[in-house]
Write a protein of this length. Structure first.
Length: 481
């Protein structure tokens, strides 16, 4: 499902840089411009211009305790006798005399950075104009060689290319997709792709004939289209490809990628392409929310996801007198009276339940789960327990996964457990869970019986050698009175 309302809320509340930070950034930028113009730098300033994510409107909210950065280009006339190193070093020296910035300055290869600790960074990069011929733009790499090196640049043209691609996609959806994927990159932290390279790769997936096409009908569709095209492009290139700056053909933006980094990026985009397609195509709303959360994390549709856990209330609304008029007080009483037929089909599709992240193996195995009741983790066994059997709280239950032959899985397999609580008591305690957990020993895991409700536990068998999923059990329902 497309879930337009949740995409909008997710962008507004969790992805986009909030208005307060944007205002603070803009105020800081104006102050920096003034400081540079009033300094004794010595270069003749022509103008300033935003660069990078700030200029492209793809800047995103940083992770907690992280800074966001903005790039500011300062275009200057060439200075007789100055080397590339001079443009950067003399700018840093000039700003060091300013009491506001002297303790915030850092020098990097191409820029002087002002660091507002834990908040934001502003990178000020000199760009020399018309040094050898009219229309030439060069940034200054102070670390290349003894005196540094002038490097060709096309900042204004590249920014316009991004704007043009966004206009073809329509609805500012290219910018929004770029923000979404940068957010995904940051929260997952398992692949490397600099923002400028990500922006170029996505821009290349928008073609002139895409204007007003169904492939870009709305934001979720644009996301599906772009990631699908990017995956196809990457899969056709098993080694690091050359990704040229579309407005400066001599610049290979992928030059910083190692083969290992590229291979990992290629693999992850292929994986996430599958997840996005599944979430988009899923017709069940709860299941779709859960699958979009697998892509973007728990903050996507977080309110609706958690509210769905109050299953007694939702069953009452759906089935009227069966619960709400006192025939059954809640889902526990209903299941005790009616057995398996009383378990709502939606229970195992609750949106906060984490979806499996492993790729499936080519072969599958049957996984069965048995359970035993204990008074305490180290105590003696009380009895065998069946799925849906009513149990008292403050006891312990030991789950064990076995093959269809009733024997443990070999040591080259590992068993992961998805443990999900439901209903009001767990909801109020903030203990809905729904995540994956390791076995305690072998293929077994012990859990404490705590909250009234109909909960469930599932076993997932994963092959260690390639991290592939071979099979999962049916839900084992735990009914706590």
């Amino acid at each position: 499902m497309k879930l337009h309302e949740h995409f909008k809320t997710f962008l507004d509340e969790h992805v986009n840089l909030n208005a307060t930070r944007i205002e603070q950034l803009e105020n800081s930028i104006e102050a920096v411009k003034t400081a540079v113009k009033e300094s004794d730098w010595g270069a003749e300033i022509l103008r300033f211009a935003p660069q990078g994510s700030w200029a492209h409107q793809t800047i995103i909210k940083p992770l907690p305790d992280k800074e966001f950065d903005a790039d500011l280009l300062v275009f200057v006339k060439p200075k007789d006798g100055w080397t590339p190193k001079d443009y950067v070093n003399k700018l840093a020296t000039a700003l060091e005399s300013n009491s506001t910035y002297k303790d915030k300055l850092r020098r990097y290869s191409h820029c002087v950075t002002i660091e507002y600790a834990g908040v934001r960074r502003i990178d000020i990069a000199p760009c020399v104009v018309d040094r050898q011929y009219q229309g030439q733009f060069e940034v200054c790499n102070r670390n290349a060689g003894e005196s540094g090196t002038f490097e060709a640049s096309a900042p204004t043209e590249y920014t316009q290319w991004v704007i043009d691609k966004n206009n073809i996609a329509g609805g500012n959806d290219l910018k929004k997709v770029t923000r979404l994927l940068k957010y995904m990159r940051d929260i997952k932290g398992n692949f490397t792709c600099p923002s400028f390279l990500f922006t170029t790769l996505l821009g290349y997936q928008v073609y002139d004939h895409d204007k007003d096409s169904a492939a870009f009908a709305d934001l979720p569709t644009t996301l599906k289209t772009l990631v699908g095209r990017l995956d196809d492009w990457l899969q056709a290139r098993p080694t690091v490809p050359m990704v040229r700056n579309p407005k400066l053909w001599s610049e290979n933006q992928s030059s910083g990628w190692t083969e290992t980094q590229y291979s990992n990026f290629r693999d992850k985009i292929n994986l996430y392409r599958g997840w996005i397609d599944e979430a988009y195509d899923e017709e069940d709303r709860d299941e779709s929310i859960g699958k979009w959360q697998r892509v973007f994390g728990d903050k996507f549709a977080v309110g609706e996801a958690k509210e769905a856990a109050r299953v007694s209330e939702s069953v009452a609304k759906a089935e009227g007198a069966l619960v709400s008029r006192g025939y059954f007080s809640d889902l526990v009483e209903r299941v005790k009276a009616l057995g398996a037929q009383a378990v709502p089909a939606k229970l195992v599709k609750l949106p906060y339940v984490k979806r499996p992240k492993w790729r499936f193996a080519e072969t599958r195995v049957t996984v069965n789960v048995s359970a035993e009741l204990y008074a305490s983790p180290g105590g003696s066994r009380i009895r065998q327990v069946a799925s849906l059997a009513p149990l008292q709280p403050d006891q312990w239950i030991k789950f064990t996964a076995k093959s269809s032959m009733g024997v443990p899985f070999p040591p080259d397999y590992t068993v992961k457990w998805r443990v999900t609580n439901t209903d009001t008591a767990a909801y109020n305690a903030g203990e809905l869970r729904g995540d994956f957990y390791d076995s305690d020993s072998g293929a077994s895991r012990m859990e404490h019986l705590a909250f009234r409700g109909v909960h469930f536990v599932e076993a997932f068998v994963v092959r260690k050698s390639d991290n592939r999923l071979l099979g999962q059990s049916q839900p084992f329902y735990v009914v706590i009175e």
